[in-house]
Design a protein around this ligand. Structure first.
Ligand code: FES
Ligand SMILES: [Fe+2]
Length: 377
């Protein structure tokens, strides 16, 4: 193998530019607390993280919160209709300011000692501050965080110098709109998780599993009955990857499709590092997942569902997605995480054929390179 093809020569087996020859990241990348610390600093604190759909915080005073690992962030719609994001922490003694989602009448009031900030993050009242020597409210403005929208979705980034998301993923919005013609008519319906608990596997195991369908025929029998896996298409573009299932079987063991169902394909977008956007065959509902890393071997899922006109989910389909497909993937990932600490495993190969067929694992290779690039950047 030519030396210049090797991304990391010091790995026992090289991660190479060439997906067809490359080995995977060594298992310590999935288990070592030092790698996890580096990922926090170099990936999660520097990347665009999905928060919610714009319509969920449409009115003045509406807010949503999210945690980027241990960094709590609030996004607030101001009276001027602008979105602003702040570190969600009181500048007095660090109590968290907001939880969940909601609407603020006039100010953000800290639950601890009732300091109150306006919707732009400026400290307005701090009881007795006029009697505190040299106290200047201007010293206590909430530190801002970058916030942007792309295709009606709200993202935040803790890195003040990060390139805009639209620059990092220049084709994503057009691609979503081209394949989801009803994109602008989608309304948020509900959030849910899988199995009511975090998954005992790290975020990279989760993403590895998400970006390939080599496992689908064996591990998701009903999914493979609905979506023709050999017809699968799999591509990568900058910091995004897309899998399309272009052929489906209406009569299948996952959930039944009817004449009224307008979407007869499946789409799975991955946006680095932790967002997935999913449209399965049916009425065109969209599921957006924020993969929430919680530790080297633990991840939570925040799934938001959207439907035209806010139509509720069909129970059969909801059950399949949440309790069958989602749980099948959780169990796969948890087994892999246990396997990654085995002294009997270090690196695997990406199953990538010359034709880059859709069942191949070249998007997992693309992901491993993004991880390594970020850690070394
Ligand atoms: S910590 Fe917020 S008012 Fe004291
Ligand atoms: Fe899966």
């Amino acid at each position: 193998m030519a030396q210049d093809n090797v991304v990391r020569a010091e790995f026992a087996r090289p991660l190479s530019e060439d997906a067809e020859r490359s080995w995977t990241l060594p298992s310590r990348y999935y288990t070592d607390p030092a790698i996890w610390q580096a990922e926090k600093e170099k990936i999660f604190y520097r990347s665009w993280i999905y928060v919610c759909h714009e319509s969920q915080i449409a009115k003045a005073g509406d807010y949503a919160t999210t945690a980027i690992v241990d960094q709590n962030v609030a996004v607030v719609r101001g009276r001027d209709a602008k979105l602003r994001a702040f570190y969600n922490v009181c500048q007095h003694r660090a109590h968290e300011l907001l939880t969940g989602t909601g609407n603020l009448k006039a100010v953000i009031t800290c639950p601890y000692h009732a300091w109150a900030y306006d919707l732009e993050g400026k400290l307005r009242t701090a009881r007795n501050c006029e009697n505190v020597k040299g106290f200047d409210k201007a010293d206590f403005t909430l530190p801002q965080v970058r916030v942007e929208t792309l295709a009606n979705l709200v993202f935040v980034n803790l890195d003040p110098d990060a390139a805009p998301l639209a620059e990092q993923a220049p084709n994503l919005e057009a691609d979503l709109r081209a394949n989801v013609p009803h994109w602008d008519a989608l309304e948020f319906t509900n959030s849910y998780d899988f199995g009511g608990r975090p998954i005992e596997a790290g975020w990279k195991v989760v993403v590895d599993n998400y970006v390939e369908c080599y496992h689908c025929a064996t591990a998701h029998p009903a999914f493979a009955d609905m979506i023709e896996i050999p017809a699968y298409e799999n591509s990568t573009d900058g910091i995004t990857a897309l899998q399309i299932g272009p052929k489906i079987h209406a009569d299948n063991s996952a959930y039944k499709l009817t004449q009224e169902d307008s979407i007869d394909r499946a789409y799975f977008w991955y946006l680095w590092p932790t967002t997935t956007i999913n449209m399965l065959p049916g009425r065109g509902d969209v599921m957006i997942t924020n993969v929430v890393p919680q530790g080297p071997g633990r991840t939570a899922f925040h799934n938001d569902r959207f439907a035209v006109g806010g139509e509720p989910e069909i129970p059969e389909r909801q059950n399949y997605l949440q309790n069958i497909l989602g749980v099948e993937d959780m169990e796969l990932c948890e087994s892999v995480q246990r396997g990654l600490v085995s002294k009997g495993y270090d690196q695997g190969r990406f199953m990538v054929d010359e034709a880059r067929s859709g069942e191949g694992e070249h998007a997992a290779h693309f992901f491993h390179k993004l991880v390594l690039d970020a850690l070394e950047g």
